[in-house]
Design a protein around this ligand. Structure first.
Ligand SMILES: *Cc1c(COP(=O)(O)O)cnc(C)c1O
Length: 388
């Protein structure tokens, strides 16, 4: 029976408590299991404990794939997925706007393994196709991207990958499975930092990969050697978190749309980047491949405001490194997530020093607006630093 989003979030893969008939999946912390038969050896680092298997089923159902695995972090998921399909002498094409950690992984590590890579010049399908070489094996996209929320055409990228026999991969973290299911467009491997919308409460660090049985088996063969598995306690917490992911993310979509429209109409805000705004260059594409526009947006303050003072003046919205929690947070990409890539590459990626990335939570939008208004007033009046 085909189930809808919130039913999958709540129930898919859940374990039955045969002994006590408890309402939620029991937590199995065992690292050792009696052999059922010699083929099934349960062990956390083999990614096959009862709780891992249950949660993997939920994530596969959410992403419309055959199988999934859960990792100790988003970067464990990204690195294991990429390395599973790349060896010395191979080449990978990556979208130019990538999560900072993924960019650093590729830039700092790939030369050690003899893996060549190219970043696209733009986000159009031909920007990806033009970088493909004889030895290209993987094409990697991220949409919506961090922090400018650019949109890449999933169907077009998947078609290019098929044409050249490449494995297509996406970092689907910003959209979450609620807003985007790349497998429906032919993307092969779907990666999440589950630290973000899947966890949703800023208290779990985890990652996930979803794909076909065949691809997941290949990823598993490397994963068991690299050892990036998650504690079953965290797996269990993540299962609980995902139960509310559908309603959380939809509330965040609504709030982000509301905040984007407010910021866009604001005289002190120069620019707003949100795919739900009709003037966003990726709006039509986003409409065609996303179920919702997401809870992330970015904006540029008028340069007469100091962006870091503005963030300090906020009271409800916290400056914070991570994103996607039920609480609203902001950060300055130039000072944090994109600090390591250097000023030149930042300008190349369109990330100004005054850019503020806004992860919109589930609070009442009126309260978020009031917080932004009081912060702007405080910075304008030079009152920043005073406790109210
Ligand atoms: C946070 C994040 C990651 C990395 O995830 P971790 O859980 O921090 O390792 C990867 N991609 C995107 C888009 C992210 O936001």
């Amino acid at each position: 029976m085909k189930k809808g989003l919130n039913t999958i979030c709540t129930h898919e893969g859940e374990l039955n408590d045969e002994q006590f008939k408890g309402a939620v999946s029991p937590l199995y912390m065992s690292t050792s299991y009696a052999f059922e038969d010699v083929e099934v050896k349960r062990y956390p680092r083999y990614f096959n404990t009862p709780n891992q298997v249950a949660l993997s089923q939920k994530i596969a159902a959410l992403e419309h794939t055959q199988a999934a695995m859960i990792f100790g972090s988003g970067m464990a998921a990204v690195s294991t997925a990429l390395l599973a399909f790349l060896k010395a002498g191979d080449h990978v094409v990556l979208q130019k706007t990538l999560y900072g950690g993924t960019y650093n992984f590729v830039n700092e590590e790939f030369s050690k393994y003899g893996i060549a890579y190219s970043f696209t010049n733009g986000l159009e399908p031909e920007d990806f196709e033009s970088k493909i070489k004889e030895n290209t094996k993987v094409i990697f996209v991220e949409t919506p991207s961090n922090p400018l929320l650019t949109i890449t055409d999933l169907e077009a990228v998947a078609k290019i990958a098929k044409k050249y026999g490449l494995v297509s991969m996406i970092d689907n973290t910003f959209a979450s499975p609620v807003n985007q299911n790349p497998a429906d467009f032919g993307i092969d491997v779907i990666i999440h930092s589950a630290t973000k919308y899947m966890g949703g409460h800023s208290d779990i660090c985890a990652g996930a990969v979803a794909s076909t049985e065949e691809h997941m088996d290949r990823i598993f063969q490397l994963a068991k050697n690299l050892g990036g598995s998650l504690s079953d306690y965290t797996v269990w917490l993540l299962e609980r978190s995902i139960k509310t992911m559908g309603i959380r993310v939809k509330a965040q979509n609504n709030n982000a749309q509301h905040m984007a429209e407010y910021l866009e109409a604001h005289s002190e805000i120069d620019k707003v980047y949100y795919p739900g705004l009709p003037n966003h260059p990726g709006h039509e594409l986003a409409k065609s491949q996303m179920h919702g526009f997401g809870g992330m947006l970015s904006f540029e303050l008028n340069p007469k405001y100091d962006a870091s003072l503005f963030q300090k003046a906020l009271q409800l919205i916290k400056p914070s490194m991570s994103l996607a929690g039920v609480e609203s947070t902001v950060l300055s990409p130039a000072q944090t997530s994109h600090a390591l890539i250097g000023p030149e590459e930042r300008i190349n990626q369109g990330i100004s020093d005054g850019l503020i990335r806004f992860s919109v939570g589930i609070e009442e939008p009126e309260d978020l607006i009031a917080d932004i208004e009081q912060a702007l007033t405080k910075v304008r009046d030079g009152k920043i630093g005073l406790k109210v």
